[in-house]
Design a protein around this ligand. Sequence first.
Ligand code: GDP
Length: 344
Amino acid sequence: NQFSALTDSLTSSFSLLPSNTAKLTPTNISPALQKIREALISSDVNVNVADQLLDRVKDRAIGEKVKGSVTGEQYFTKLFYDELVTLMGGSPTSTDDDEKGLGNDSLEGGSIAYPKKKGEVTVVVMAGLQGAGKTTFTAKLGRYLQEVEVDKEQVEGMGKEELEGTLRTRLPRRMRKVLVAPADVHRPAAAEQLRVMCSRASVDVYTPTDSESTSAVAIAKGSVQAAKEGGYDTVLIDTAGRQTVNEGLMEELREVNKAVKPDEVLLVVDAMTGQEAADTTKAFDSAVGLTGAVLTKTDGDSKGGAAVSIKAVSGKEVKFVGTGEGVKDIDAFFPKRMASRILG
Ligand code: GDP
């Protein structure tokens, strides 16, 4: 079970709250608050973020008359859920359709900018530290943007045209034609690994010309040009990963960005690194400017600290999560869903 340690310790913290319908007061919620704080911090949530979250919940909880048959514990848990959703960039009042990405587009968790006009190409630059899962994620994202799984019952009886029409209206950001650019010129095996993953995902990979092959900027430019000529609408540029956040890496990213003016710059971070993932996101955003983050390895025994901290520490939303090593193991990030999972 994902984040089970956090879920368990939150559940036992909540049980310290008044079980009757008494008013919540600073005194009767204090033991619970203290335990929740410990639970968050030992799950690698950034300390300031934990305090910010608890302050908000406390402000709302104290003095409110708990209505009807709701217990203090239930009431507090609902407030905690709402504030956790907000902290991760969501809105607790969004509808189920918004959650599925079927409603207002802007609320689709995994949305990637898409071409406004036919013939335009959306450019996405992928950045990350080595080992974060960038190569794997680039292939996953390509597949995700190209393909849509449909609920059989929902579309039963529809002809092909009606089905495509329906999908296009409901999921306009999907069903794209994607080209991936292998612009990691520092690690010789990187391009080959990217090709293998993309071939599994049925995503096309750009082949740099001989003169481009040693320059990330040249490959990035060449791939965007090739995408325009080849009828692609989206280019994902896989840039070099490095062991640490360093100036050389940032400089190369800035040059690539200057050359191709990306619509999105996504940072891939590893959930297992906890709040460090949030700090890395902040550092990359200050140095090169990000449009969002991607949290990989949420299937492993990561403790939840990254998911909770990234938005609050860096100001950047998590757009997707990686949930395994396979090319289909990707989910749009929905704060409500993540908060429910954390609360168990
Ligand atoms: P890169 O150096 O950032 O390009 O990282 P890779 O894409 O090569 O991934 C590093 C390792 O993490 C590989 O063994 C991947 O299979 C693994 N990996 C990537 N994403 C996930 C994920 O979401 N879950 C799990 N369990 N493993 C992942």
